[in-house]
Design a protein around this ligand. Structure first.
Ligand code: GLP
Length: 262
């Protein structure tokens, strides 16, 4: 795992967008794992800008989202399909048929989960998985006690997650209490992970995720087991990390990061 600390939310998100662009240019048919949430909105607006002004093309990319609420149709403005269309897919040159999210309206949820895993496999696996972190330490919707080897399945959301995401719903009573999510094992199978977390509200959970013991109580700690995981945070989300100077030293000295110094 590597941790990169940037001075502002803008700079941290910019770095994440540049990493994604580099991977997409190196492999135009990249299989990109995508996340939702407020943190990702700025990231997607930057990718849209790169598409419009820097020639970043999505025309051969395939995407798989981490999760979807159970019971919300795609046209519901609170569904993650709606979010993705609105923030990214409708704004870039991606073939919408190459964008995948679990179907939260499926009659047979278990079958839908198995099909989703199968689709990922048939696309050759996820090359680059983008992740945010929830306050419960979830990645996707892998709430506490999610097995490290779990695959795509339905999960009940914790009260903390419901509280965190409720502001996106007009009425908390309308917020689904369950979701389909890729498993921790599904995420760990990706070839590369980028975690983006910004703002002081994420400082405690980032410190636990990066420097705490690996535990299924905090799914994000499983990323310590991933062979190539880059955590990008702004100064505010980094405040509770004990090894900030060490992370900065790595960023300044590893050849891979030289081109990102400006
Ligand atoms: C939701 C998503 C997660 C995301 C999290 C963070 O719960 N299921 O994938 O990481 O939100 O959200 P935010 O960026 O709004 O803090």
């Amino acid at each position: 795992m590597e941790v990169i600390i940037r001075s502002s939310t803008e700079d941290a998100t910019k770095l994440a967008s540049r990493l994604i662009k580099k991977e997409m240019e190196a492999k135009p048919s990249l299989v990109l794992g995508l996340a939702t949430g407020r943190t990702m909105e700025l990231l997607y607006s930057m990718l849209v800008e790169m598409h419009l002004h820097e020639g970043l093309s999505f025309n051969r990319a395939r995407t798989f989202n981490l999760d979807e609420y159970i019971g919300l149709p795609p046209e519901d403005a609170h569904s993650y399909r709606y979010y993705m269309n609105h923030h990214l897919f409708n704004r870039v040159n991606i073939d919408i048929r190459n964008t995948f999210l679990p179907n939260g309206m499926a009659d047979d949820i278990d079958e839908e989960c198995a099909l989703y895993e199968d689709k990922i496999r048939r696309c050759g696996g996820i090359d680059l998985q983008v992740l945010g972190v929830g306050m419960s330490g979830h990645i996707g919707f892998n709430e506490p006690l999610s097995a490290m080897l779990s695959r795509t399945r339905a999960k009940a959301l914790t009260p903390q997650t419901i509280e965190q995401n409720a502001p996106q719903f007009d009425d908390v009573a309308h917020m689904p209490k369950r979701a389909i999510t890729m498993g921790v094992g599904t995420i760990l199978d990706s070839r590369r992970c980028i975690v983006l977390a910004t703002g002081e509200s994420k400082a405690t959970i980032i410190a636990k995720a990066v420097e705490g013991p690996v535990t299924s109580m905090i799914s994000a700690t499983a990323l310590q087991l991933h062979p190539k995981c880059t955590v990008i945070v702004d100064r505010a989300a980094a405040t509770k990390l004990s090894q900030q100077e060490y992370y900065q030293w790595i960023f300044e000295n590893e050849p891979e990061w030289q081109e990102y110094h400006k």
